[in-house]
Unconditional design. Structure first.
Length: 485
């Protein structure tokens, strides 16, 4: 008899799991609280401008290709991918670094700032490439059940890299603070400070310089549209505007959910909503992790975001722009060590309309501004305005142009929205960080230890934050469900 799976949420991880489960012959139904799919990767369309609300960096194209490949498809069946050149630009107080789409160009840029550094860079990226291969082929595809999953011949040879940090490794060979910041940037996607992230994660540097930065024409939401199309093709049923209010457990077994006051039964319940929230849908005796447990974990930052429509094309910008013109250490402390609104924050600006005209009306620019901040900060309209003024002023100074009077509209998104729209724990933007003590089997589990037939997926569980890991998380949990049913 066909078994029924209810999936809570429609982020990357839920959509991924739904596709795999439907392919295995399960009857899959998604219940999503919001009116559109995609979770943190939803889209905002306004006055001819298109914004990706969350993720904007398309890294690790191989993972996306593998996902669609598992269903006999290619990404090109759904969207057109372009490799960005330059990949991105970093603004410092007194200089700008441009990262090209090829190691030769990047090495030239490194030599300009620190003669002799190109050779170190090539060695560093060669090691990062080895780590990438090991991570993708041997570690990331394990379900995080046992510590032995991490023990392979390759990891045993690199055990020191799990105890040294990426900061230490980078500083051994590079002295120029701008190059250090450039090489520490990729691990910020993992949600913790580079000084808390194991150097094994240098595989993110290979993802950056080795595999490059890509853009799906039309924006990141094209991936969600592709996954929705695939899910529907595989027979998945999708309900939006259907917040799940409760996970029903009978005799220690998940047997369904309650949404909009109605009971829906299933053989398996899988939640892709934030793990902490998912467990709050259970009676307390069925929760595996206490408030104290969550309170001790290192979470990835929250973000203050602005979606801005400009009525002109802007100068001196690229598709991706990092503003590292203030003190990174101080900002990192204000995120992780002494949580507070940052005095002088670093920020990131995405202008997809620079390379993709479909994202803005002719002669206009679509701008997405992101300031990483600590989770759970006070979030008021006044603070949002204060920070917008601060970053727009710095943006104007660094890029040498006036843009403030060319803003047609701006929308913002911050801690309160993360909580309200995604039931995000403390308003985190991208889940639980990947530190040594929050890696693999040390993360919240895909399978409930207390409730039979209850599973979890997404950026708070295995393997971790980011779009590619969320795709993998969906695959891993679908394998566990298939095995136990
Ligand atoms: C601002 C920002 C920038 C980012 N940038 C990048 C980037 O450039 N590159 C990258 O790879 N990653 C990036 N990320 C991370 C990436 O977006 C996430 O890791 C990924 O989208 C998480 O997917 P998920 O499936 O785990 O969770 P989500 O996308 O959060 O999905 C969870 C879903 O569950 C739903 N839900 C919650 N509660 C309920 C309920 N009770 N009932 C029903 N549904 C419910 C939510 O509405 C949501 O749709 C970024 C994230 C943010 C926020």
């Amino acid at each position: 008899m066909t078994k029924k799976v209810i999936v809570i949420g429609s982020g990357f991880s839920s959509l991924s799991a739904s596709c795999y489960l439907a392919k295995q012959g399960f009857e899959v139904t998604i219940y999503e609280k919001n009116s559109t799919l995609g979770g943190r990767a939803r889209q905002l369309k306004k006055d001819g401008f298109t914004f990706d609300i969350g993720p904007s960096w398309y890294w690790m194209p191989d993972i996306f290709e593998n996902f669609f490949g598992d269903f006999g498809k290619k990404t090109s069946d759904y969207y057109q991918l372009d490799k960005l050149n330059p990949a991105y630009k970093i603004f410092f107080k007194d200089d700008v670094i441009t990262i090209g789409d090829h190691m030769d160009q990047i090495c030239e840029e490194f030599e300009r700032l620190e003669p002799g550094s190109a050779l170190h860079l090539r060695n560093f990226i060669a090691k990062a490439q080895e780590n990438y291969k090991i991570a993708i082929e041997k570690i990331v595809l394990r379900p995080g059940i046992s510590p032995f999953e991490l023990v392979t011949k390759d990891t045993a040879l690199r055990v020191d890299q799990f105890f040294k940090t990426i900061s230490q490794q980078v500083r051994k060979k590079f002295k120029n603070p701008k190059l250090i910041a450039t090489l520490e940037f990729p691990v910020l996607f993992l949600g913790a400070k580079p000084s808390k992230t194991p150097s094994f994660y240098s595989f993110m540097n290979f993802a950056d310089f080795g595999l490059g930065t890509w853009h799906p024409q039309g924006g990141m939401y094209e991936i969600i549209k592709a996954m929705e199309a695939l899910a529907l093709e595989l027979g998945v049923v999708i309900h939006t505007e259907s917040p799940v209010e409760k996970i029903i457990v009978e005799r220690g077994k998940a047997v369904g959910i309650i949404t909009k006051g109605a009971q829906r039964t299933a053989d398996v319940v899988l939640s892709g909503a934030d793990y902490h929230h998912s467990e709050s849908l259970l009676n307390s005796e069925y929760r595996q992790y206490s408030e104290a447990y969550w309170g001790k974990k290192i979470f990835a930052p929250s973000s203050l975001l602005f979606y801005v429509g400009f009525d002109k094309k802007l100068n001196n910008i690229e598709h991706h722009n990092l503003f590292f013109d203030t003190d990174f250490e101080q900002h990192a402390e204000e995120i992780y060590d002494r949580p507070q609104w940052p005095k002088d924050p670093l920020f990131y600006v995405n202008f997809p309309s620079v390379t993709d005209p479909s994202m803005a009306p002719t002669g206009c620019e679509t701008g997405f501004f992101l300031v990483p901040i600590a989770t759970n900060l006070e979030d008021t309209p006044e603070l949002r305005t204060q920070y917008f003024d601060l970053i727009i002023k710095r943006f104007q100074e660094r890029t040498g142009q006036d843009v403030k009077n060319n803003i047609i509209f701006k929308e913002s998104f911050c801690v309160n929205d993360f909580k309200e729209q995604y039931n995000s724990y403390k308003g985190n933007a991208y889940g639980m960080a990947n530190t040594l003590l929050q890696t693999a089997f040390l993360r919240p589990k895909l399978k409930s230890k207390k409730v039979k037939n209850l599973f979890f997926t997404g950026q708070l569980t295995v393997p971790g934050p980011g779009v590619p890991p969320s795709l993998i998380s969906g695959k891993l949990v679908s394998e566990l469900i298939t095995k136990s049913n």
